[in-house]
Design a protein around this ligand. Structure first.
Ligand code: MTE
Ligand code: HPA
Ligand code: MOS
Length: 813
């Protein structure tokens, strides 16, 4: 057997091994050994921090040493969801043991609104309280315990007001955080009027708590000038730099923000890591001491926004084959109390209301409802998953209506030649690839054989019902805010030949730094071990975009490649002159510059260049070409390309208790020409499981007073080891490089697989539909907890179509 190091040199083999590994019959391509030597782009190099992660040496914010006199912060959160603050007496708080400083909004020297895109997020409550868990004041004390005890001594009087927790009512009343947006193609009304069949449905799609393992945390130290240095668990250091500077009222250059890694972000640290950094920075400037701020899990969960819950509706017309003619889709995002990123999130939901299907002549309307909860924010998929849920429900409904298998109806509706333009005017160039993925998965998962077996099983089994569903994903890659599609990098070569690369992206476990190191190693023909990345810092690469929209590697990989290729070309020029060799045909390979009749070791080359006073440092830059979107017309090409995938899930449902099990999952996912198959596999598996958790077990519950009851692991259930399907076959699609000129023709992988989890929801619907002989789709809102599954089963049993199956003796076996 070949060693893992050998395998990692050969990407095709590494991928095969990786696939074998998931079927349980091969070595782990992502074994740490495979990345220790070679491993440039395309290879299954181990995560750059893998060993540090598993040995506990990877430092998170709370692991950073702080000076002995550092202060600890606790926040006074609002105890009600809506009202006017009529009295705030903090005297007892100020005099509590260990308390050094207490601040409210009046103590802010600069901006008090820290809304990331639009105003609306006061750093502390001024007089209006908008949700339960909003920051009212903050305490800095000599110990964490002292700070927390002092917070309780506050006297807060509030004139409580009625709260709004219903986004439908809010949208109807015009109470929105941003204006409604409409996308339209053709005459949707005419499509409905002329269609032989019209169906409609409403659905509720639940939100999701990020449940990053490392909560919101930062450490802020004052600088010798007027500024601060901020260490923060944060997807968007540049935005935090800007907001901190504005809040403490200093120029941006006085604030440096550093993020080495996050213990998970998932979108929850794109905007919502900033307020904590701003509060800690205020204290750091006021006291001249280092400040630690970390939220306890329950407070973190109540204070920060989640994935937006959505209320979706469709009214769609289709022909006898179940092919869409057109219609009307309306989605209402529950944004919480302020805009945050909701404009772009509801837009992305609208952009994905078609998923992989041509809607025909359709109108898509997106409302941004204001409610008295924390401001909902980015979460893996950024609204896309919620938008897709409505069209996937429609596919199931149409299939039941015309009496065809849902997979048949899905395939008939896919984008294809002649039906290849989205409702927002972007053409889908790789539509044949979506069909190919589905057909390959259909074969590899034995879909039709299992379908037959399941129908037979269900006919004999009155209580336990099996379900199967195969659903596709088409996800648009690029920030829909065009200006964010840019990245920078800074590359240094030191005189021993070791390379340091920094870029604007942040590491949250997704393997971005590993991929960017691999890009540089490939450009310079070096061993991966010679290339290192340190913390992301605003003083190394400025004005960066958040690490989000799955485009971390696309953008920063390209910027790093730009920097590395500049160095390479500069060294080629130098070598041509210095060694008097032909510049044509020079290559960097295995740590040498290779020319026609010479090999010059990298270390020697770098030394010679240094002595000849050649700069060994370069900055790189990239901006995504071709993209544009006009919000006035609702038309454009917002996405550079689409990433695709498909999943087939099988479930077994006890229709008397609502309990169910996921028994088998097959996935085929498109990452173009993978930058790192091992990391991509991890993203596909993890994304799927997180998507499944969103749609099945993760339930957010607020009481009538607007208090989030599910504020920790005891009341909020994320998937655990035991929720993995016993049979989990995951493959990366081979042989289909990106059709666009992305970094080495790879595709973004961070978010798209999340939406493969929709297959589990659809499989549950399929199992339930067997109760009515597949003549009707259930209403199954999400998360489809056992409770909801049971209620859906009960509703079907009340329906005239209920078709009890005859129990046979082998059913009891
Ligand atoms: N993977 C891990 N392990 N942890 C995370 O927090 N965030 C996801 C995804 N995968 C996340 C993750 C989200 S929301 C995004 S947008 C992408 O990673 C961001 O990183 P990328 O652009 O480098 O893929
Ligand atoms: N995706 C993720 N994050 C974002 C986006 C987006 O499209 N736009 C702004 N922040
Ligand atoms: Mo990811 S939701 O774009 O941070």
């Amino acid at each position: 057997m070949r060693t893992l190091t050998e395998l990692s040199r050969d990407s095709a083999h590494a991928r095969q091994e990786q696939i074998g590994q998931n079927k349980g019959d091969g070595p782990l391509a992502r074994d740490t050994e495979s990345g220790t030597s070679q491993g440039s782009a395309g290879h299954s190099a181990a995560h750059e921090s893998a060993i540090k992660h598993v040995t506990g040496r990877a430092a998170y914010i709370d692991d950073l040493p702080a000076p002995a006199d550092a202060l600890h912060v606790a926040i006074g959160f609002s105890p009600v969801a809506h009202g006017r603050l009529t009295r705030l007496d903090l005297d007892k708080v100020r005099h509590a043991p260990g308390v050094i400083d207490v601040i409210t909004i009046v103590d802010v020297p600069g901006h008090t609104d820290i809304g990331p895109v639009f105003p609306g997020d006061p750093i502390f409550v001024d007089d209006e309280i908008s949700y339960l868990g909003q920051s009212v004041f903050a305490v800095a004390a000599t110990s964490y315990k002292a700070a927390r005890l002092a917070v309780r001594l506050a006297v807060v009087e509030i004139d409580e007001q009625p709260i709004q927790l219903d986004p439908i009512a809010a949208a109807e009343a015009g109470d929105v955080v941003r204006p409604t947006h409409v996308q339209q193609s053709g005459d949707w009304q005419q499509a409905l009027d002329s269609a032989p069949h019209v169906l409609e449905r409403e659905q509720f799609v639940g939100g999701q708590e990020h449940f990053y393992l490392e909560g919101q945390a930062c450490l802020v130290t004052p600088t010798e000038d007027e500024g601060v240095t901020v260490f923060t668990s944060n997807q968007h250091p540049s935005e935090t730099q800007k907001l901190v500077a504005e809040v403490i009222n200093v120029p941006f250059h006085a604030v440096t923000v550093e993020t080495r890694r996050m213990g998970g972000g998932f979108g929850g640290k794109e905007t919502q890591a900033s307020s904590w950094a701003c509060i800690a920075a205020l204290f750091a400037r006021r006291t001249g001491r280092a400040i630690r701020l970390r939220l306890p899990r329950a407070e973190d969960t109540r204070a920060t926004g989640k994935r937006h819950p959505f209320h979706n509706r469709y009214r769609l017309g289709f022909d006898n084959q179940g092919v869409l003619i057109g219609g009307d889709i309306t989605i209402i995002g529950d944004c919480g109390y302020s805009p945050d990123l909701s404009e772009a999130i509801v837009d992305r939901a609208m952009f994905h209301a078609d998923n992989a299907y041509s809607l025909g002549d359709a109108r898509v309307t997106g409302h941004r409802a204001r409610t008295n909860t924390a401001s909902n924010t980015a979460f893996r998929g950024f609204g896309g998953p919620q938008g897709m849920m409505i069209i996937e429900a429609a596919m199931d409904d149409i299939a039941r209506h015309i009496g065809e298998d849902p997979l048949t109806v899905r395939k008939r509706n896919l984008y294809r030649a002649g039906r290849d333009v989205t409702h927002y005017g972007q053409s889908v160039d790789q539509h044949s690839l979506i069909l190919e993925i589905i057909e390959r998965l259909e074969a590899s998962s034995d879909y039709w054989k299992r379908r037959k077996a399941i129908i037979e099983f269900n006919a004999r089994s009155p209580i336990v019902k099996k379900g199967l569903a195969l659903t596709p994903v088409k996800f648009g890659i690029s920030f829909t805010a065009k200006h964010l599609n840019q990245a920078g990098a800074l590359l240094h070569v030191y005189t021993d030949g070791s390379v340091m690369i920094n870029h604007g992206g942040t590491e949250m476990g997704q393997g971005l730094h590993t991929k960017v190191c691999q890009v540089v190693a490939r450009e310079l023909g070096l061993d991966l071990a010679q290339v290192r990345i340190t913390a992301t810092r605003t003083d190394k690469v400025p004005n960066t975009s958040p690490t989000a929209a799955s485009s971390g590697a696309d953008l920063n990989g390209m910027a790093a490649r730009d920097a590395a290729s500049q160095i390479r070309e500069r060294l080629f020029d130098f070598a041509a002159e210095h060694y008097a060799i032909d510049r044509e045909g020079m290559m960097m390979e295995n740590g040498d510059l290779v020319a026609f009749n010479r090999r010059i070791p990298w270390g020697e080359l770098v030394q010679a260049a240094y002595l000849s006073r050649i700069s060994l440092s370069a900055k790189g830059f990239y901006s995504t070409p071709l993209i544009h979107y006009d919000r006035n017309t609702g038309k454009g090409r917002p996405f550079y390309y689409f990433a695709h995938g498909a999943a087939a899930a099988e479930v077994e449902v006890d229709t008397l208790s609502g309990e169910y099990r996921l028994t088998r999952v097959d996935i085929l996912h498109d990452v173009g020409d993978s930058l790192n198959p091992a990391i991509d596999m991890g993203q596909v598996e993890g994304g799927f499981i997180q998507g499944m958790g969103w749609l099945t077990t993760e339930e957010l519950k607020w009481n009538a007073q607007g208090r989030l009851l599910s504020d920790g692991p005891a009341t909020y259930k994320i998937p655990a080891f035991g929720d993995l399907p016993p049979e989990f076959n995951v493959e990366l699609l081979q042989g289909h490089p990106n059709s666009q000129a992305s970094i080495y023709r790879s595709k973004a992988v961070g978010e798209p697989p999340f939406m493969l989890g929709i297959s589990v929801w659809s499989a549950l619907c399929d199992a339930l539909a067997s109760l009515v002989d597949y003549r009707q789709a259930p209403r199954l809102d999400t998360p489809a907890t056992p409770e909801r599954v049971l209620m859906a089963a009960e509703a079907l049993r009340q329906s005239p179509a209920f078709a009890p199956s005859v129990e046979t003796s082998d059913d009891l076996a």
